[in-house]
Design a protein around this ligand. Structure first.
Ligand SMILES: Nc1nc2c(c(=O)[nH]1)N[C@H]1C(S)=C(S)[C@@H](COP(=O)(O)O)O[C@H]1N2
Ligand SMILES: [Mo]
Length: 351
């Protein structure tokens, strides 16, 4: 008997092929699934604090969440922009001086499904491809210092340990050295607990003010180069646009003739929010919403409303950020469905 015929090696699909792409539960009341990714339902943010709890934080995956053992994990630092290569263990990383930062992570395609003409490209996100967490970790600057950054270095390429996404290979992203040394974090905690598997355990980059793809999860390898590096997963855009969302289901059902507090959040990659206005009459009149000043990642707001007309209608919210970017009536068509920023009509039924 030919034993090799019974036992051909190499036919076994990788373990990840048998698993769901996302490890955490995705109950219908918290998430809308999009293939390997899942978006947060905005009504799931109602009653929550400043941060998006980990159980409802959106997941942007190209393939499948890998399960990584932190104790055999190594972060490999290399490239001609460093004095020499270096491996960093999880224990070493956790011993370096840590920083905590509130940062939004938002997919460049957030809002893609809301383009009038319909943007092409990846997942058809509503507005739930964003979350804000309190990230704790070590500044990338301090991690790279372990290997010594050369003065002529220019680019930093971070690569994830998840399966290759497609012909481009593993998910990876380039940031210029100046950004890498400024405010980029190698995060190991999310909202006070070790990163959940879906969000990059044991370590991920957090790149403030850049689109989500720059925040490489399951970080395995960082190359520092003295020459500009290719960025095959780059979106061509870096700064997320200004947006607003109501913490309400679509459609929202609101009781007639009673005082109601409308709540939502506005955000912009380019800076803090200066002003939010809400219209409950289809855009004829606008009122200023109340919000705290000086919030960094996103700005929660609220406004009272006493609906005096029964039936279907729309709620509108529009924000202006500190750089003067304001949400337009319609977003210019984008072939890839990036940087949606228009005012969104939120359907409501007064009953
Ligand atoms: N290694 C790796 N990092 C990744 C991705 C990925 O698929 N693999 N997805 C990116 C994208 S497209 C986004 S929007 C964010 C989402 O981060 P989150 O899943 O923690 O919300 O992670 C980015 N980092
Ligand atoms: Mo993304």
């Amino acid at each position: 008997m030919d034993r090799t015929a019974l036992c051909t090696l190499g036919d076994i699909p990788p373990l990840s092929a048998h698993r769901r792409p996302i490890v955490k539960p995705l109950p219908d009341h918290l998430f809308t699934p999009h293939g390997a990714s899942a978006e947060t339902r905005w009504e799931a943010m109602a009653g929550q604090g400043y941060h998006t709890p980990n159980d409802r934080f959106f997941v942007g995956n190209h393939t499948t969440t890998p399960l990584i053992d932190a104790h055999s994990w190594r972060l490999r630092l290399h490239g001609d922009g460093l004095a020499g290569p270096r491996l960093v263990t999880y224990t070493e990383l956790r011993k370096l001086p840590a920083r905590t930062m509130d940062v939004a992570i938002e997919c460049a395609g957030n809002g893609r499904s809301l383009f009038g003409a319909g943007g092409a490209g990846g997942a058809s996100w509503g507005l739930g491809g964003i979350g804000v967490a309190r990230w704790r970790g070590v500044p990338l600057k301090a991690v790279l210092a372990l290997a010594g950054v050369r003065p002529d270095a220019v680019d930093v390429l971070a690569t994830g340990l998840d399966d290759p996404a497609d012909a481009r290979g593993r998910v990876r992203h380039v940031v210029p050295l100046a950004k890498a040394l400024d405010d980029v974090l190698v995060a190991y905690e999310m909202n006070g607990v070790p990163l959940p598997p879906d969000h990059g355990y044991p370590a991920r980059l957090v790149v403030p003010g850049w689109v989500g793809i720059a925040s490489v999860k399951w970080l395995g390898d960082v190359e520092v180069s003295t020459r500009p590096l290719d960025n095959p997963f780059g979106t061509g855009v870096t700064t997320p646009s200004v947006k607003s969302a109501f913490e309400l289901p679509r459609p929202a059902r609101i009781p007639f003739g009673q005082r109601h507090v409308l709540r939502g959040r506005s955000w912009s990659g380019a800076g803090g929010i200066a002003k939010i206005e809400v219209s409950t009459d289809g855009g004829r009149s606008w009122r200023k919403a109340f919000h705290r000043r000086g919030t960094r990642a996103w700005t929660p707001w609220h406004l009272e409303w006493c609906p005096r007309e029964k039936g279907p209608g729309v709620l509108l919210a529009r924000a202006v950020d500190h750089n003067g970017y304001r949400q337009p009536e319609i977003t210019a068509y984008d072939k890839m469905g990036y940087l949606f920023d228009a005012i969104v009509a939120h359907p409501v039924i007064v009953e």
